[in-house]
Design a protein around this ligand. Structure first.
Ligand code: HEM
Length: 398
């Protein structure tokens, strides 16, 4: 439980510090900025003066462990399952989980490999301008479409929507956020209706994720389309937005650390561990939000009912109290305290799929090349808050 003031922690003075996560000095190097906050101001009041940001691993865990006090219902918009509290949250997760069993996911992996191979084949025709960010976004969008068993030609629409949505969040553009939500619902409702029409006509249909989502029963009733749309939007955050950034971070890291790239090439079984460690070092999802359901004193801070708290995943995973030499890549780390896929009740539903998706993209890149390095002719372009990755990353393949 959250105790009254934690006397063991040093007093934090954030009185004059209003933190702006969108400020240029933060977004120009997010890791550096969050590392500095972690060191000097492990908790700050945000620019809106009505919410707090927690940077320390210990605080992030304690907030997430106390999901009755720090509720996930932090938005007025529908967000399934992420924005639900108990007991509804477990009810939805159990029902949704049935669509994500190993039995259903494993047969799709060959398709994902094929998607990666085809994208890399295209790239090999023009090796000097291989944009690893383009590869990451097309790979992840096509994986999502393959998972839903929708037409892969929707890839560009999905990518444009995802980038547009990230941009609107970065600029806190509420009008654009609403337009994006409407556009998303329109896209999803069109697909769901098309599927219903196909199912009404077809005989001997093989069932896929879309059918499973249409058939999910909550309290004996199918999920309304608005909830299915919200769920697919939640999946898209992981499958495309976070995953594409994660892939670009891994490619950038390995392109700039040829020694580690070579170690993996010499022994491919090291790939999993390397990807976990790069994911820890370079988080692709910056933060999550909760809302206090009652007045609470936390580490000496009075948080009022209705105030928001943000947990910063990137800094928590680079906290020196938990990870030795936190900003260094190290083989042999214990990753059990790694929070990049969340923690507690709302821990990522797609961890296994995420790890496999990342591994397939990177494994195929290794298999199809002898080495990759950053292009000396191009400067990588960062993709910043609420994400952390690259939107342009030109590498040279050999
Ligand atoms: C690099 C890839 C990914 C990262 C970094 C990531 C990270 C996270 C994190 C940190 C959370 C917890 C959020 C919170 O507590 O507020 C989360 C939740 C979630 N993730 Fe992922 N994720 C990734 C990939 C995926 C994939 C591939 C899927 C789906 C197949 C997915 C589906 C979800 C869902 C549905 C939730 C909400 C779970 C709940 O509220 O119970 N994620 N993810």
């Amino acid at each position: 439980m959250i105790k009254p003031t934690d006397k063991s922690s040093s007093p934090i003075n954030f009185q004059d510090q209003l933190f702006d996560i969108r400020a240029t000095e933060v977004t120009e190097d997010q890791n550096k900025a969050y590392d500095q906050m972690l060191k000097h101001f492990p908790v700050v009041k945000n620019k809106d003066a009505n919410s707090y940001m927690f940077f320390k691993h210990r605080d992030v865990k304690r907030i997430l462990e106390n999901d009755r006090i720090f509720s996930a219902q932090a938005s007025k918009h529908l967000f399934v399952p992420h924005g639900l509290d108990e007991p509804d949250h477990s009810k939805y997760r159990r029902a949704i989980g049935k669509a994500f069993t190993n039995e259903k996911m494993l047969p799709l992996l060959a398709k994902y490999e094929q998607i990666a191979v085809e994208l890399l084949k295209e790239a090999k025709n023009t090796p000097s301008v291989f944009d690893a960010a383009r590869f990451a976004f097309y790979f992840t969008a096509r994986v999502e479409l393959a998972l839903l068993n929708w037409d892969l030609s929707l890839d560009k629409i999905l990518i444009d929507w995802t980038l547009n949505n990230l941009r609107a969040t970065l600029h806190d553009d509420k009008k654009q956020n609403i337009a994006n939500a409407n556009e998303w619902n329109h896209l999803i409702y069109t697909q769901l209706n098309a599927r219903r029409a196909q199912n009404a006509q077809a005989i001997n249909q093989t069932s896929d994720l879309t059918d499973d989502l249409l058939n999910i029963q909550i309290d004996g009733k199918p999920m309304p389309d608005a909830e299915i749309s919200s769920l697919i939007r939640n999946l898209n955050m992981g499958l495309v937005s976070s995953m594409a950034c994660n892939i670009t971070n891994c490619i950038h890291f390995l392109a700039t650390h040829p020694d580690i790239q070579q170690q993996i090439r010499n022994e491919l079984s090291l790939l999993d561990e390397a990807l976990d460690e790069i994911t820890r070092l370079h988080g692709s999802l910056v933060q999550s939000k909760r809302v206090a359901t009652e007045d609470v004193e936390f580490n000496g801070i009075h948080i009022k009912k209705g105030q928001f708290v943000h947990v910063n995943w990137c800094s928590a995973n680079r906290d020196g109290d938990v990870f030795d030499n936190p900003d260094q890549f190290q083989w042999g780390r214990d990753h059990s305290e790694h929070l990049m896929y969340g923690y507690g009740t709302h821990e990522c539903m797609g961890i296994q799929l995420a790890r496999i998706q990342l591994k397939i993209a990177m494994y195929e890149l290794f298999k199809q090349t002898d080495s990759f390095t950053l292009s000396s002719l191009h400067t990588p372009e960062k993709l910043v808050f609420p994400a952390n990755g690259y939107r342009a990353l030109i590498i040279e393949l050999k």
